[in-house]
Each structure stands twice: as structure tokens, then as C-alpha cells.
Design a protein around this ligand. Structure first.
Ligand SMILES: [Zn+2]
Length: 399
């Protein structure tokens, strides 16, 4: 396992990626770019286009994509980290590194709720949120960006608590409903305070996930008005279809579909979003680690499931896990666009897939092979140990 103790630190870098067969932008408005090369300087995308038009001089690293697909690194909008690369939920080590091998370069915490003995008093939950924010910023397992430090609101919190947390660097709210606040009016008041101080928020939607959590129905979700409707397809127990439709129709918030949820409800949500012409609201997560375990390929599996069974083009499904999630979660990655973080995954059609191309194979329900990942312009992993292998994989060009 590789560790990066000092993200962003180090000498200036210039990464050149050439010979890209297909460039996925992450942007629903134009999911495929007419480009075969990309340059990133000091961890940010500097240019995307045709190799002959780009300034590739002075590269510190050059990657020959060998004709495979380049996509923004995948984002998991819903994880429950605890400490470093350990999860007590299924007593597992190295789960974040395993997800990197599934193409995930960024994760957003929906609350560090699996912390053994997690504090529920206000000063304790604030201390834990700040600790998680600090530790996951200072220590990146295998280079993966984990945005952690997501407090779960409890009764009695005041506006000053959110101000204090924001000043300490906390910027995400864990799932509303996993703590003692389970009523609409209190949730609405606290979510509004959080938003005022720059927080991005989410909510537990549906039945209880594990003993101790509770039911959150559509009325409470609408009243709380979080930025994201966390696992609208349940985690696992989904709301009835009429309530899911109501959530889609009566607000404009993010529609988060998770792997550890109800797959039929995910497909139902996708259909409603499509009918409304609002696919830009669809974002993906795993909700792992959870009772269902850890899914290193969870985001790829969601992309493939939604594309193949939900009848959306594969390049659109990739946008759910990249540009859409970045926009709904206010992240500076997820798009192959100048200025964005140089976080990438290289993918290709798996060996012996019935699909003729990467997109064709995903549309047929297969998983692609991950050939390499890059975070902040630095190569983090090469041929995945977890995905089915592709014939082709990118190579690092010797200087
Ligand atoms: Zn939940």
C-alpha cells in the first residue's frame, strides 16, 4: 500500500498524457471530447486537445495511454470512513486502496458513524468531526482524497456550533437522521445554519440501515432541504415509489443512487429523472463500508448497472460519477477541464467482453478494466488488481 503523507507537497510536476483513444469529459452537456492528449501542471489540468496543438515540452512524467479511455477519476459521494485505511464495520484494512483499484480517486464522507463509541454529545461530535477532517487531510491512503469530518446533527446544536466547525475547516454534514434529529423542522433549521457557513449536506433517506437508525420519509427529506438526497434508493430499505417520485419532482436537489441500496428503486429514480429531463441531478455513491461490506468496484458497478438496465449511454452514466457528483458536492474535480484537479482513471474494454468498445461493453453490463489512476497529476496505481483485465493498459514513458 502506498501512502501520501503530504498531499500537494513536492517539486513542480508536468504530466503529459498522449495517445488517448477516447476522452470522457464528465460533463453531461458534452460527455465525449474531441481530444487525444492532456497536460497537467502541478496537479491541475492545464490543457486538453490534440497532441500537436499542446505544449508538451519539459514533461516530468509522460503517459502513453495506448489508445485506452481517459476519464476524470470516479467520485464516491457516500462513504463512512473512520480512521486511515481501516474500517471497523467489517473489520477490514486497505478498503480505500481497494477502491482506488476500482477507479475511485475522491470520496465524500456521509459521517464517521462507525467510529466505535462515537460521541453523541455536542462538544464530542464537534471534536470528532474536526479530528476526522484533520486526519484524512493529513494522511491520504494511497493518495485517495477522502473529504471527511462530517458531523451528524444532534438536538441542542446552535448556530454558533456550525460557525465554529466551519472555521475549523469542516465543510460537509453527515447524513441527517443518523443522529437524534429525525424531525423536519429541527433538521431544516440546522441544515440552513450549516449552509450559511458553507457546508454541503446530505440526509439518510428511507428505512433504518442498521439497528439504531430510523425511518426518514419524503416529507422530512423535503423539509430538511439538504444539498443531496442521500441514497434516495434506500440504504437498503427504499421509500415507496410514490415518495421517490415526489422527491424527484418537488425539489432540485441531488439524487444520490448508492450501491448498498435498492437497485430497483435506483432504476426507478433514474427513469423519473430522465422523464423530468434532469439527469444532471443523478450522482453515485456506494454507502460503504456498511452492512453489505465494502465494494471496491461499487461505482463502476453502478455505472454499468444504470447504463445497461436503465438505458442510458455509458458516457452519460460516467458523468453521474464524475462531473455531476463534483457539482452537487462542490468539489474541484470530476471534469476534464482546464483548472480542475488532475485526477484521472484510464479504462478499457475488459478482455473477452461481448462489447466491441469500452462504451459498448458497459452498455452491455460488463465492467471495464482499470489500467491506471492518477491523483493530483501523480500516478497512484497501474493495472488494477480488482477489475477484469483489459488487453491494453497505459504505460509510463521512460525519459
Ligand atoms: Zn444512510
Amino acid at each position: 500500500m502506498a501512502h501520501d503523507e503530504s498531499p500537494g507537497a513536492g517539486a513542480p510536476t508536468k504530466l503529459v498524457i498522449r495517445n488517448v483513444g477516447l476522452m470522457l469529459s464528465g460533463d453531461l452537456a458534452r460527455p465525449i471530447l474531441d481530444a487525444d492528449a492532456l497536460v497537467a501542471i502541478d496537479g491541475r489540468i492545464a490543457s486538453v486537445g490534440r497532441l500537436k496543438d499542446l505544449d508538451v515540452a519539459g514533461a516530468t512524467t509522460t503517459i502513453d495511454a495506448q489508445g485506452v479511455t481517459l476519464s476524470p477519476g470516479l467520485i464516491d459521494s457516500h462513504v463512512h470512513p473512520v480512521a486511515g485505511d481501516w474500517t471497523p464495520r467489517q473489520n477490514q484494512l486497505g478498503w480505500i486502496d481497494s477502491c482506488l483499484h476500482g477507479g475511485v480517486t475522491t470520496m465524500v464522507s456521509a459521517g464517521e458513524v462507525h467510529m466505535p463509541g462515537r460521541p453523541r454529545d455536542i462538544i464530542g461530535l464537534k471534536a470528532m468531526a474536526i479530528t476526522a477532517q484533520r486526519t484524512f487531510s493529513a494522511f491520504r491512503a494511497s493518495g485517495v482524497k477522502v473529504h471527511a469530518g462530517a458531523p451528524v446533527i444532534e438536538p441542542g446544536m446552535e448556530e454558533s456550533d456550525f460557525k465554529e466547525l466551519a472555521e475549523a475547516g469542516v465543510r460537509f454534514l453527515g447524513e441527517v437522521g443518523l443522529g437524534g434529529v429525525k424531525d423536519g423542522p429541527t433538521a431544516r433549521k440546522m441544515v440552513a445554519w450549516a449552509r450559511k457557513y458553507g457546508f454541503n449536506s446530505t440526509i439518510h433517506t428511507g428505512g433504518p440501515s442498521i439497528p439504531g437508525s430510523g425511518l426518514i420519509d419524503a416529507d422530512i427529506v423535503l423539509e430538511a432541504d439538504t444539498d443531496v438526497i442521500g441514497h434516495i434508493n434506500g440504504g437498503h430499505t427504499a421509500l415507496p415509489d410514490d415518495q421517490i417520485a415526489c422527491l424527484c419532482e418537488r425539489c432540485g436537489r441531488g439524487l444520490e443512487l448508492v450501491h448498498n441500496g435498492n437497485e430497483r428503486a435506483a432504476l426507478f429514480t433514474l427513469r423519473i429523472a430522465k422523464e423530468l429531463g434532469q439527469l444532471e441531478r443523478v450522482i453515485l455513491g456506494t454507502d460503504a463500508p456498511a452492512g453489505s461490506g465494502v465494494q471496491p468496484l461499487g461505482i463502476l458497478r453502478m455505472i454499468s448497472m444504470l447504463s445497461s438496465l436503465g438505458d442510458v449511454p455509458a458516457e452519460v452514466a460516467f458523468c453521474f460519477a464524475t462531473g455531476n457528483t463534483a457539482r452537487m458536492r462542490a468539489l474541484d474535480c470530476g471534469l476534464l477541464e482546464v483548472g480542475k484537479a488532475a485526477d484521472f482513471v484510464f479504462l478499457d474494454r475488459a478482455q473477452h467482453s461481448a462489447g466491441k468498445t469500452l462504451l459498448d461493453s458497459v452498455r452491455l453490463g460488463d465492467l471495464p478494466g482499470v489500467g491506471m489512476t492518477v491523483i493530483d497529476g501523480i500516478v497512484r496505481s497501474q493495472r488494477s488488481r480488482n477489475t477484469p483485465p483489459a488487453d491494453r493498459a497505459p504505460t509510463i514513458v521512460a525519459k
